[in-house]
Design a protein around this ligand. Structure first.
Ligand SMILES: *Cc1c(COP(=O)(O)O)cnc(C)c1O
Length: 465
């Protein structure tokens, strides 16, 4: 392909993208594909001869698009959002075309320097103390794994990487029973082991970690010869939005000199609104590491996860490695690949720069505030449906409910709603019961879209009950 053809096809794709987004409401939110349906439409072997881009794009429309679930659909209320505001898509197109690999400062100084500035903009936007620096990673899972590895290394006097873990006894990490599965996996991969991840019950109206129990468990572990290594707190858990008492946990961590990581992957975006900080962010500045995903609620095209670090040194002592071919000469520069597990890095900061400048913090705050208000309004409508029960009240813009009947009835309703296609919801589990989750947070969703959830739920329920 020459660059004139590239230009033509790029224009075609830009037009396609605009049409796609303008007509999203006409499509079923969740793909109606049967397993294997797309696979069967692709040739069994690769082509020997070049094919025309027009034909390739035709197949994209005819074969691939019917198998896409539309995450940017305004009626996407499943999981958590993966918002991609249009300016962040444009930034990604530029990043895509420049195609720089930004592992070191010198492999693209602009990528490192824009990243440093964007992390600091977001630090201010989230009301974090001046001392935090940070790094942009691909996902919260990677940031949490980095933090757990740091906990391990700090607790072993930075000997784990060198000597392995044999003979070091069991390291213990603490969290609530409401954490995301990425915390379990980080503990598996870091060699901590599932049995050494101690899950403390979430209690009270926000299902936060029982801190009295936490203190007891830590003391018992020490008495039994285990080594406490760290605590992982959450603000806005995935199931029902569980949020820990950050201050109380940080105080316990301080007594036992434990490294602390806060998972605010979803709810972190809402902390750009100061009014939510009193209840959900109080004590946050005591944490060693904090992760939040601008690629969820905020609107930065996936993937973009910021890990803030109060002091980067422990994580650098854990992850930095400098073989000869990666050494660079010159002044003190930041090489972000030393902060993370992968070496290669995409230029992820550009989309944040475009996003924040295009909307201003005020534009982004307005969306979040609307989503929280609309979720509350929708929750009150679902509460009125006959026989329906609100199982967890809104925490920010997430709540859950049950229809009449057992767990199977809940799943039947979720499946029927998603087959209907007008909206997309997912199920969850809470207090040993199946629940139906609703999160309001898609970037383009309107009040009308949100209220349509009550209508669809009630119509589908009437049809299947
Ligand atoms: C989404 C989510 C994660 C995982 O995020 P990834 O970026 O997909 O790894 C972790 N914790 C919470 C609370 C989440 O909502």
């Amino acid at each position: 392909m020459d660059w004139d053809e590239f230009s033509e096809w790029s224009k075609w794709i830009a037009e396609w993208g605009s049409q796609y987004h303008k007509t999203l409401r006409d499509r079923p939110v969740r793909a109606k594909t049967k397993p294997g349906e797309i696979y069967a439409q692709l040739p069994d072997s690769p082509p020997q001869m070049p094919e025309d881009m027009g034909k390739i794009l035709g197949d994209f429309e005819n074969i691939v698009m019917p198998g896409i679930t539309h995450w940017q659909h305004p009626c996407f209320f499943a999981y958590f959002p993966a918002n991609a505001a249009p300016p962040s898509m444009l930034a990604e197109q530029l990043v895509n075309m420049v195609a720089a690999q930004c592992m070191l400062w010198q492999t693209s100084p602009a990528a490192t320097e824009v990243e440093g500035k964007m992390v600091d903009w977001m630090r201010q936007a989230l009301g974090l103390a001046d001392e935090f620096t940070g790094v942009i990673q691909d996902s919260a899972s990677s940031a949490t794994l980095s933090a757990v590895l740091t906990m391990r290394e700090k607790a072993t006097g930075y000997t784990g990487n060198r000597d392995g873990l044999a003979g070091k006894g069991s390291l213990r990490i603490y969290c609530s029973d409401q954490v995301h599965s990425s915390i379990d996996r980080a503990c598996w991969v870091a060699g901590i082991g599932q049995n050494n991840l101690k899950k403390i019950p979430g209690i009270g109206p926000r299902f936060g970690m029982d801190t009295k129990e936490l203190e007891l468990v830590i003391r018992a572990d020490i008495a039994e010869g285990h080594t406490p290594a760290g605590i992982i707190a959450i603000t806005g858990g995935t199931g029902v939005g569980a949020s820990d008492d950050l201050k109380a946990i940080a105080e316990i961590a301080k007594i036992h000199d434990l490294y602390t990581h806060l998972d605010a992957a979803w709810a972190g975006s809402a902390m750009i609104c100061p009014e939510y900080r009193d209840s959900l962010w109080n004590g946050v500045n005591a944490y060693d590491s904090i992760v939040f995903n601008p690629h969820k609620w905020l609107g930065a095209q996936f993937d973009c996860s910021i890990q803030f670090l109060k002091d980067a040194t422990p994580q650098l002592n854990t992850l930095k490695i400098e073989p000869e071919y990666l050494k660079t000469t010159g002044d003190a520069v930041t090489n972000y690949s030393e902060w993370t597990i992968p070496l290669g890095r995409r230029f992820r900061a550009l989309k944040l720069w475009f996003l924040i400048r295009s909307y201003g913090l005020v534009g982004l705050q307005m969306r979040i505030r609307n989503h929280v208000l609309w979720a509350e309004e929708l929750c009150s409508k679902i509460r009125l449906l006959e026989g329906f029960q609100i199982t967890t009240d809104p925490i920010l813009s997430l709540f859950s409910f049950r229809c009449p009947g057992d767990d199977m009835a809940q799943q039947r309703l979720v499946d029927a709603i998603n087959d209907d296609g007008r909206i997309y919801l997912t199920q969850g589990a809470f207090a040993d019961q199946k629940i139906i989750r609703v999160q309001v947070g898609q970037f383009d969703t309107t009040r009308e879209d949100v209220m349509s959830v009550a209508t669809v739920v009630s119509e589908v329920w009437e049809a299947i009950k």
